[in-house]
Ligand binder design. Sequence first.
Ligand SMILES: *Cc1c(COP(=O)(O)O)cnc(C)c1O
Length: 408
Amino acid sequence: MDYRTYFKNYPDRDGRFGPYGGAILPEALRPAFEEITKAYQAICHSAQFINELRRIRREFQGRPTPVYHCDRLSRKLGECQIYLKREDLNHTGAHKLNHCMGEGLLAKFMGKKRLIAETGAGQHGVALATAAAYFGLECEIHMGEVDIAKQAPNVTRMKILGARVVPVTHGLKTLKEAVDSAFESYLRSYQDSIYCIGSVVGPYPFPLMVRDFQMCVGVEAREQFLEMTGILPDAVCACVGGGSNSAGMFSGFLADPVDIYGVEPLGIGSGVGQHAASMTFGKLGALHGFESYLLQEKDGQPSPVYSIASGLDYPSVGPEHALWHDLGRVKYVTATDEEAVDAFFKLSRYEGIIPALESAHAVAYAMKLAKQMETGAILVCCSGRGDKDVDYVAEHYGYGENYRFPEE
Ligand SMILES: *Cc1c(COP(=O)(O)O)cnc(C)c1O
């Protein structure tokens, strides 16, 4: 595979990354997704659109986010140096705003007046509500009643930002039902609305579009790392839920002689319902309008999943990751809850950075890899900040007294 021409070849005209991806849609929604595809194909080559997005990234989001050398943490581990791409410093505290601002600008371009989405833990809902407020668009977020109760602060944020939160009261009242509810609403209103998916998943063109909107992470990080050190990192690593922060990061390095690691959540074990490591334990299946690795039951229904990081507990993974996996370009590895909590405390205590529990999975694997590699440098995507997680962590793990390095 020649990765210099990779982006010309994938996805193909049918929105497929090799055998993965596609657009499995009810007939009634086909025109709506075709309209989005046409609009995106027009704007992704428009200098006006790209310049406007660049201006927003600079003035509103605070990009470029820095690359930071974790000097103290690295020294505790040995000679190998760990660096972070600081998406936790992106406005709203995570990488998700990168694609939500792109989707909002696309909606403006298409003349739509409403953004529709579902949210699980509420992170995508908050980022999208932020984009809607910026662009002066209406925002409708579908959320299971169970999640609404669990994620009260995010619900409050969405409402303050002006979004309408639609409670979903049927079935298990969580993410799956919220997706159905959001799709139904979109079906009724696509003339003046656009559906905004929160990761590199869903029907084409979303896996492509969200990856493109996240590519600033990898492109910036590569330039910044080169400028800081004069060379490329030996390894790049990021956590994989649906796969958006990692897709953005990895896209910047595909054609380079750099090892790439996607870190999946191994939760509390390898049994069904104990983890959400879709690539590690899943097989080909369809969910939410696309085909990819899927954690599934015998009948093809998605299996229950779990991770301490609510942003990672998704039973499938973006189709482009499935292709990278099969090509052997990216290695998919895992980190457990316990390893993520350890990394959460160590990054907090030794660097003054409290990472999101999602991002802590990537840091945990980088710490393990640093010990193995002994020399060289690892660049990690710190996808978000951990403010949302501190109460939970303190309640269950204290303040990290048991997670320190032995002091010399
Ligand atoms: C949502 C989220 C993730 C997981 O989503 P991806 O699409 O896999 O990037 C990771 N980190 C943070 C901070 C998140 O909010």
